[in-house]
Design a binder for this molecule. Structure first.
Ligand code: SR1
Length: 347
């Protein structure tokens, strides 16, 4: 008898373990996270580039820690496809949707459909202008301000500048407000050219534009390029033109590849101001989870950026985002939208 019981238990145990692994839930979490398997969608507008890949990886890590069934819809800079993906997510019966970038004018009605069905929505870097939708951002005005303070520290307040900007993207629009104010306050700063492109080939297309601009305006000594793909494009152009020695590039964002480009000998990319995009992805998922659990979430959620100079990175010997996270606490975690039941050891 004892043998039969042992036999039965040994046959069932793997199944029980499998079930536990499939829908374990989170210990001490409120419903529905105590049972696990909560469906959440991440619908992106831009999927190319280091920032967006790292953002997605952070969202996936936080979702896994919360036993969330995360459905990722990769955008391809296609507003119609993003709308369609939101409708697909609604039909899948998700409890929440995180919308990462996008064009507000093409999202309003489908987002409203989600809200009407009781689906919680979180917006990262797209202004959906709805009190029910928490807005996640990287404190873009502070980001631009830190970068421009470094510009003045390195170059004084009188120089000819190139500026890379594409209107219509919330973070770039916020950074642009700071650039406009900066120019008004510093009459000696002359914007000689403005260019930019956001596509699935942002860096190379921006490089083509930058080559033309820098050839036509050889007196440009500073380029403000507040998106790492822009900065990469300008650096490419400067290298091709052989003018890296007389140009300084200031950007936003950081990745392991960016650190390599910033710190390599003779690089004109001298500073960037950034968050860890993986941390921002994790924060976005936490904001969705808290809402699904019926808990309070602030309307405005910010992850603060840090100034990273070429000099500082070289001196610290930092070569990767992981090494950065060991040295700069803000790169390993954020205390935005946390709760005692949300596991925060992600990286
Ligand atoms: C096209 S918008 C690009 C920006 O989105 C994120 O906020 C990143 O910081 C990137 O600079």
């Amino acid at each position: 008898m004892k043998f039969i019981t042992r036999l039965a238990l040994s046959a069932v145990a793997p199944l029980l373990l499998m079930q536990a692994a499939l829908a374990a839930g989170v210990n001490g979490a409120p419903a529905p996270f105590d049972k696990g398997g909560v469906k959440v969608a991440l619908v992106s507008y831009i999927s190319a580039g280091d920032f967006f890949q790292a953002y997605q990886a952070g969202a996936e890590a936080q979702a896994k820690a919360l036993d969330i069934d995360l459905r990722v819809f990769p955008g391809r800079q296609d507003a119609a496809a993003q709308r369609e993906q939101i409708l697909q997510a609604i039909n899948l019966g998700v409890s929440a949707i995180v919308i990462d970038h996008g064009l507000p004018e093409s999202l309003g009605d489908v987002v409203q459909q989600a809200l009407d069905k009781g689906i919680k929505v979180v917006a990262f870097d797209v202004n959906l202008n709805n009190p029910k939708i928490p807005q996640v951002e990287q404190s873009d005005r502070e980001l631009a301000d830190l970068a421009l303070k470094q510009v003045v520290k390195d170059n004084g307040d009188s120089f000819k500048a190139g500026y890379v900007y594409v209107a219509g993207f919330a973070p770039l629009d916020r950074r642009n407000e700071v650039w406009d104010t900066f120019k008004k306050q510093n009459a000696g700063v002359i914007e000689k050219a403005r260019f930019g492109n956001v596509s699935d080939t942002t860096a190379t297309s921006t490089a083509d534009q930058a080559k033309a601009v820098l050839t036509a305006n050889p007196d440009i000594s500073v380029v403000f390029a507040p998106y790492d793909e822009f900065a990469r494009g300008v650096k490419l152009a400067a290298t091709d033109l052989g003018i890296t020695g007389k140009l300084k590039i200031y950007s936003a964002d950081v990745s392991t590849a960016d650190i390599q480009e910033i710190t390599e000998p003779g690089s004109p990319w001298v500073a960037t101001v950034a968050t860890n995009p993986a941390v921002v992805g994790a924060v976005s998922i936490r904001a969705a989870a808290l809402q699904v659990a019926g808990q309070e979430v602030p309307h405005q959620i910010t992850v603060k950026p840090t100034l990273l100079t070429q000099e500082g990175l070289r001196a610290a010997g930092v070569k990767t985002i992981e090494e950065l996270a060991q040295k700069v606490p803000a790169f390993s975690a954020s205390d935005a939208v946390t709760a005692s039941w949300i596991p925060d050891r992600l990286f």
